[in-house]
Design a protein around this ligand. Structure first.
Ligand SMILES: Nc1nc2c(ncn2[C@@H]2O[C@H](COP(=O)(O)OP(=O)(O)OP(=O)(O)O)[C@@H](O)[C@H]2O)c(=O)[nH]1
Ligand SMILES: [Mg+2]
Length: 376
């Protein structure tokens, strides 16, 4: 729709690639990064030119105050406000009798937590048969069986992202608007840098006015260089440029941000295919990972999003964000059941330390109550 805004006048010279200066505020918790990832003497960044008639967008996201000391809270602490966790806690703390009515309630709880009707029904039918065979002495035993079933559904998609094997390893971050792509890039960059990997970011969201500054802000905070050309530039060209730079500098991992887009925005979806083609000119195997970011509060629409992005650009891994908030959490099970795509990370908050490698058992334990009242 606002595509004309991206067109630059023919006379306007291509914006020079800019690179944000990096600071080393995180030295306390970061492993010493390779020298190329921490250019102390790079030219100062000039403010990226704003698109002349850029649509009003949110300001560059300020990093939360507590960001300088990344939080490291437990999964349970982070997930306790989640709809799934609250629903189950209220069911089990009522000291339930294991009858059909209770199993019906449990089923409703799983469905309303976005687990999907088929997945929830399958699971409850399995438990119902075991209840009928009197396999469970009490609600505690049923809870343990529920836990085992839930973990078994997620273990196949617990496949960590391995960035060794290609240098630079190229990650393309995609997803609909506002799901947490840029924030996830910032967190992931921090994480990789702490592991001693050289990281470079590409500001490929040239559509939203404040997107470049938002990524630069994360880069500056975590001492990671950012290649940008400002709003309105051609996303594929920024990312191509960044990959050339990453190769020249021997960077280990390059992460490219992209603009949020809906499947109905054909132009923007085509842009992803173009980014793929252009990267392929430098490295036929790039991008080595296409991470689709899903907002955990989305519900069943997440299924639709995976289908669309898989078709448009190919998706090799998922990140499910915002599971700390009002998300119901069940969408993680629905995604695992429907696609079996690796869930690489989950977002359990806004700070750098809140991006966790997906851990099926920790996730399920964070959702389930510890033990039902009155039961061992
Ligand atoms: N609570 C919580 N908030 C998150 C999480 N991940 C991202 N956010 C917040 O979600 C909002 C949107 O995040 P962005 O990273 O800007 O999302 P985006 O996908 O890049 O958005 P566009 O570029 O506009 O498409 C920000 O306020 C983030 O702080 C998370 O795991 N938990
Ligand atoms: Mg963004």
């Amino acid at each position: 729709m606002l595509k004309f805004l991206k067109k630059k006048p023919a006379t306007e010279p291509a914006p020079a690639t800019q690179e944000a200066p990096v600071h080393d505020e995180q030295r306390g918790d970061a492993a010493t990064p390779p020298p190329l990832a921490r250019p102390a003497t790079r030219p100062a960044m000039t403010t990226p030119p704003a698109a002349p008639h850029a649509p009003p967008g949110p300001p560059a996201d300020a990093l939360p105050d507590h960001e300088s000391v990344p939080a490291r809270r437990s999964w349970r602490e982070r997930l306790s406000g989640n709809g799934f966790a609250r629903g189950l806690a209220s069911l089990f703390t009522r000291n339930p009798v294991l009858d059909d009515a209770f199993l019906d309630e449990l089923e409703t709880c799983l469905i309303t937590a976005d687990m999907g009707v088929t997945g929830a029904t399958e699971l409850i039918e399995k438990l119902r048969k075991r209840v009928a065979r009197r396999e469970f002495a009490d609600a505690g035993a049923l809870l343990a069986a529920l836990r085992a079933e839930l973990v078994a559904r997620l273990e196949p998609v617990q496949q960590p992202l391995v960035t060794a094997g290609h240098t630079p390893f190229v990650i393309l971050m995609v997803g609909v608007n506002g799901v947490g792509k840029t924030t996830t890039i910032g967190k992931l960059a921090w994480r990789l840098r702490n592991e001693g990997r050289g990281v470079l970011l590409a500001a490929g969201d040239t559509f939203r006015a404040a997107a470049v500054e938002q990524l630069q802000s994360w880069g500056a905070r975590h001492a990671v260089p950012v290649i940008a050309q400002g709003s309105g530039a051609d996303a594929a060209s920024v990312i191509f440029d960044a990959l050339q730079t990453a190769r020249a500098r021997g960077i280990d991992v390059m992460i490219a941000d992209t603009a949020g887009r809906l499947h109905t925005q054909t132009g923007l979806m085509d842009e992803l295919a173009k980014i793929r083609r252009v990267l392929g000119k430098l490295d036929p195997q790039a991008p080595h990972e296409v991470l689709l970011v899903i907002d955990g509060t989305t519900g069943q629409n997440a299924i639709h999003q995976v289908r669309q992005f898989r078709e448009a650009v190919g998706v090799t891994g998922l990140v499910v964000t915002k599971l700390d908030g009002t998300a119901k959490g069940g969408v993680v099970f629905a995604l695992a059941r429907e696609f079996g795509l690796p869930i690489r990370f989950v977002g359990l908050g806004e700070t750098a330390g809140d991006l966790r490698e997906f851990d099926a058992a920790a996730f399920v334990d964070g959702l389930l109550p510890t033990a039902p009242a009155g039961h061992a």
